[in-house]
Design a protein around this ligand. Structure first.
Ligand code: ZN
Ligand code: ZN
Length: 217
């Protein structure tokens, strides 16, 4: 399927996924986006490759024992946690990383009403962040939500707009406490999104800053 994804993941988030330092809820959004997005998959592959280069450089560069050990730990961790997400299977709404959490496609979701026709289904992940599916009726406003930490919203079906942008299938919006917006689902089709949030924890704490000097980012 040809998609025209305009809103992508940041390098920091892709690197955090590669290093295995993101909460499970964010890993799921990343894996689901990457399975829909050739561009982010290519960038992720390059981060995985850089991990290997860093490992080689460590052997030759004079570096403190601590930073070497920390880098090795990040890289080892990354190998076990970050597996390259598979490409989305044709004809289904949910890419395979998400299907594994839902135990099926859209028709397997156990929705709960939130009022105003909006429905949600919270998916089971580790407690450091949470992730839910949201179903917003065509033309309706998103439920009110603050951005206390970081929120990543990936559109799976339909589209929504806010003050300055449009988000359709595959697009991911990354919001923090500085963003105030009123997303509204487009007319014509219900909007189904996968949304992860880490409040009250701060997402930045999960990004592997120790790797940044080595990666030159
Ligand atoms: Zn992308
Ligand atoms: Zn938001």
């Amino acid at each position: 399927m040809m998609t025209t994804i305009k809103h992508h993941l940041t390098d920091d988030i892709l690197m955090g996924y590669s290093a295995g330092t993101l909460p499970e809820a964010f890993d799921l959004v990343v894996a689901t986006h990457v399975s829909l997005c050739d561009e982010c998959r290519a960038r992720m592959d390059s981060f995985d490759a850089v991990g290997g280069v860093v490992l080689e450089d460590c052997a030759e560069t004079a570096m403190s024992e601590d930073s070497l050990a920390a880098t090795m730990a990040l890289i080892e961790n990354g190998d076990s946690v970050a597996q390259a997400p598979r490409v989305a299977s044709k004809g289904s709404v949910f890419p395979s990383p998400l299907q594994e959490y839902v135990n099926g496609d859209l028709d397997a979701v156990k929705w709960r009403g939130l009022g105003g026709g909006v429905k949600q289904a919270v998916l089971k992940t580790s407690k450091d962040a949470s992730v839910r599916l949201l179903r917003i009726p065509a033309g309706a406003k998103m439920p009110d939500h603050g951005h206390r930490g970081t929120e990543m919203t990936l559109v799976l079906k339909g589209a929504f707009r806010d003050e300055d942008d449009r988000f359709a299938r595959g697009d991911v919006e990354i919001a923090d406490e500085h963003l105030h917006h009123t997303p509204i689902a487009e007319e014509g089709e219900d909007c189904i999104c996968l949304a992860a949030t880490d409040a009250p924890l701060k997402f930045n704490a999960f990004i592997p800053r120790i790797a940044q000097p080595f990666l030159g980012i």
